[in-house]
Design a protein around this ligand. Structure first.
Ligand code: COA
Length: 334
């Protein structure tokens, strides 16, 4: 049995936070943000719109496009760093409840911006082992809930959104997810961290006063490791599978920073038109960034049945990973 990516869907909150809006909130400029990151605007969920609401809407679209009945889904997994609740219930359980899915495994994974690549690996393994047949995977983030809008080094980068996919069992090897490589190294943990509200710095007034509940980042150091790791990921997976860069129909790297994407793309010689670039309009949406970018390309008719996609992600942990995935869904009809 092989695992096939049958569909993609996404949800983008309607509220737009522009660089000019941020100029009124912190000491920054539109010019600085565009030059250093390529980001022009990002989406922010409504106050009463939570992570599982975003994930639910993306999942609904992915299920509709998959041709699978909701009742046939036998596992739901969500990657998120901004869950509905800190410990429980899981965001995947909340999404399942909203979809009316009952009596199947539902759980979250924590792999930051690499979450969607980790989910590919997980879904592939569960299906190839014959344990599950139709798995719903979701990357959903209300990152605005863990961002300090007084910290200009982080608040300019991130946005909210969700992406989802349905992965199904198939006997046709030509439809299969080809390979996934993923890793982590906790030695870099402190460079990108939400230090508060866990067992290290529990929810206490002194910790909250120090704003430890918000994400902190050593941007410059993260940048260097990101470029190196994202490049190595691609080289490794192409070599392992004896595939050349020109065999890839669409390169979909994690959308964190235009300069990071450009550095990786140009080193690996992917033409601009074969590289996803949505960071200008969404910012970094962490685990949702790859499926949101994939969904946009799909809706633009740039991803078709049988196309070979290369996913490449990097994030807090540090975590990183790449995936060679065929699109095994139906072509978009407008
Ligand atoms: N607006 C204006 N100035 C800013 C600023 C902002 N939002 N943020 C930082 N600066 C200032 C700094 O204080 C510094 O000033 P100084 O030279 O007077 O000390 C200067 O700009 C340069 O800062 P630096 O951090 O070296 O900039 P940079 O070119 O590395 O860009 C990032 C900063 C965060 C955009 C960049 O490092 C980055 O994108 N890193 C990776 C982040 C990431 O992708 N994280 C998620 C991974 S999944």
């Amino acid at each position: 049995m092989y695992a096939a990516l049958r569909s993609i869907g996404s949800y983008v909150p309607k509220n737009i936070l522009t660089n000019h809006d941020l100029e009124k909130m912190v000491d920054t400029t539109d010019e600085w943000i565009v030059k250093r990151t390529g980001i022009k605007e990002r989406r922010i969920a409504d106050t009463d719109e939570v992570t599982s609401d975003l994930g639910y809407k993306a999942a609904l679209q992915a299920i509709e496009r998959s041709g699978i009945k909701t009742s046939d889904i036998d596992m739901v997994v969500c990657a998120t760093l901004s869950p509905d609740y800190l410990t429980m219930p899981s965001t995947a359980a909340m999404i399942s409840q909203k979809l009316g899915i009952k009596n199947v495994m539902a759980f979250d994974i924590s792999a930051a911006c690499t979450g969607f690549v980790y989910l590919m690996s997980l879904a592939k393994a569960f299906i190839e082992s014959g344990t599950k047949k139709n798995i719903l995977i979701i990357g959903a983030e209300k990152i605005s809930s863990i961002i300090d809008y007084e910290d200009r080094s982080t608040c300019i980068l991130f946005g909210d959104g969700a992406g989802a996919a349905v992965i199904c069992a198939t006997e046709d090897k030509n439809e299969a997810i080809v390979d996934v490589l993923a890793s982590a190294d906790g030695n870099f943990g402190e460079l990108l961290i939400t230090p508060g509200c866990g067992s290290v710095n529990p929810i206490r007034e002194d910790n909250l006063d120090q704003r430890l509940q918000y994400m902190k980042m050593a941007g410059n150091e993260v940048f260097k490791v990101a470029v190196k790791t994202l490049t190595k990921d691609v080289v490794d997976i192409l070599k392992k599978n004896s595939i050349e860069a020109h065999d890839i129909d669409m390169f979909i790297p994690h959308q964190a920073n235009y300069r990071i994407i450009e550095a990786v793309r140009s080193k690996l010689d992917f033409p601009l038109e074969k590289c996803a670039m949505t960071v200008a309009k969404y910012g970094n949406t962490s685990s949702a960034s790859i499926p949101m970018a994939m969904n946009d390309l799909y809706e633009e008719g740039k991803i078709k049945h049988g196309d070979l996609m290369l996913l490449d992600a990097f994030g807090g942990g540090f975590t990183w990973g790449s995936a060679l995935v065929r699109f095994a869904g139906k072509n978009i009809t407008n």
